[in-house]
Design a protein around this ligand. Structure first.
Ligand SMILES: Cc1cc2nc3c(=O)[nH]c(=O)nc-3n(C[C@H](O)[C@H](O)[C@H](O)COP(=O)(O)OP(=O)(O)OC[C@H]3O[C@@H](n4cnc5c(N)ncnc54)[C@H](O)[C@@H]3O)c2cc1C
Length: 329
């Protein structure tokens, strides 16, 4: 390694000028790592003008590199984000680069790593520093049966980190830091054009207090309407097992689990979900779990706080009816 790399760079993802909460989680973890290494924590804020960059300083950044462009960052355009992030990383040369494992983060991180000819560990659940000052990137492997400890011999050491894995850093309004303007670059290889952005539910589901999830016991996409109705009455969001996504009944943003979204709601309904380890990985931290399943030996009952042995086609309409009665009174 001939060039000197130093500091921790966090991709400060924003949408509609609001910074994603995963960034505050990365800042709390990034600060701990930085203190062990004796280096600074920086944020790469790529977005239109008018974002409150100071919030990143209050939450733990020593400097924010603000790449401001009203035109190219008005949509989640992976090329614009990745090319600008690469440009910034080449200039400031951080030893560690952390990106939230959101839809955008999961899409840009491999592009950035490939452009920098470095490694990338996806979906980390823990990060540590070893005795040589290298980043240990920890993530579940083999369907969550082991925790792999991965160290990269390239710079920067890059990882995406799952949302809701760490506590958010609390704002300290006495913290000071620098906000540095950084010029944007236009993506060179423009082979497509963004026309409009379709709504993305991912953030809603991860932040939702109530998630009503449906599994392979649902017979067709039409029947998912009752799950939406139940979720609506509980002011919640609809989730699904991978089986339902693979059947094409619902889009992938709804998938809960190892290869989907991780949720920590106050209330989680598992409707006709068997409770495979890969599903449980995404919802086991819910405060209260209610499972409805026709099979009394379904593994989901092992982690459920309340179990209903029954058919969702009978139980869900009953719950809807009862909730409507309660709402009317
Ligand atoms: C690498 C890897 C990653 C994966 N990632 C994920 C992931 O992110 N999320 C995920 O969910 N899965 C994931 N899976 C798949 C996982 O292993 C399971 O196959 C999947 O979770 C099963 O979904 P299910 O519970 O809906 O279906 P099933 O296992 O088929 O279970 C359906 C359940 O519904 C019950 N049932 C049927 N009809 C009714 C009814 N009318 N009323 C009530 N109960 C009924 C049955 O008794 C059964 O328990 C992954 C697998 C691998 C190998």
């Amino acid at each position: 390694m001939t060039e000197k790399y130093s500091g921790i760079l966090i991709f400060a993802e924003q949408k509609d000028k609001t910074i994603h909460k995963v960034v505050f989680e990365l800042l709390s973890e990034g600060r701990k790592l930085a203190e062990q290494l004796g280096v600074g924590v920086y944020c790469a804020l790529l977005g239109p003008g008018g974002i409150d960059a100071k919030e990143l300083i209050y939450r733990g950044a020593d400097a924010v590199y603000y790449v401001e462009d009203d035109e190219i960052f008005n949509m989640p355009d992976e090329l614009a984000y990745s090319e600008n992030l690469v440009n910034l990383i080449k200039t400031i040369k951080p030893e560690i680069c952390l990106i939230g494992a959101t839809s955008l983060g999961r899409s840009i991180a491999p592009r950035v790593a490939a452009a920098l000819e470095t490694g990338l560990t996806a979906d980390c659940t823990d990060l540590r520093i070893d005795d040589d000052g290298k980043l240990i990137q920890i993530r579940p492997a083999f369907s969550e049966n082991i925790l792999a400890h991965i160290v990269s011999d390239k710079m920067p050491q890059m990882a995406t980190v799952r949302y809701k894995e760490f506590q958010e850093s609390k704002p300290d309004f006495n913290r000071t830091g620098e906000i540095v303007s950084f010029n944007s670059i236009r993506p060179m290889d423009r082979t497509f054009e963004f026309i409009k952005e379709l709504s993305r539910k991912e953030t809603d589901i991860s932040d939702s207090d109530v998630v009503v999830s449906v599994g392979a016991g649902i017979k067709n996409s039409e029947d998912i309407k009752m799950i939406y109705e139940l979720a609506g009455l509980l002011k919640g969001t609809v989730g699904a097992s991978r089986a339902v996504v693979e059947n094409g009944f619902i889009s992938r943003e709804h998938q809960i689990g190892y290869s989907g979204n991780r949720v920590k709601p106050k209330l989680y309904f598992a409707c006709a979900i068997s409770g495979a380890a890969q599903h449980i990985a995404g919802m086991k931290d819910a405060d209260t779990i209610i499972a409805i399943n026709t099979d009394p030996s379904a593994p989901i009952f092992n982690i459920a706080d309340y179990g209903i042995v029954g058919d969702i086609y009978e139980i869900v309409p009953m719950l809807i009816k009862r909730l409507k009665e309660i709402n009317q009174n």
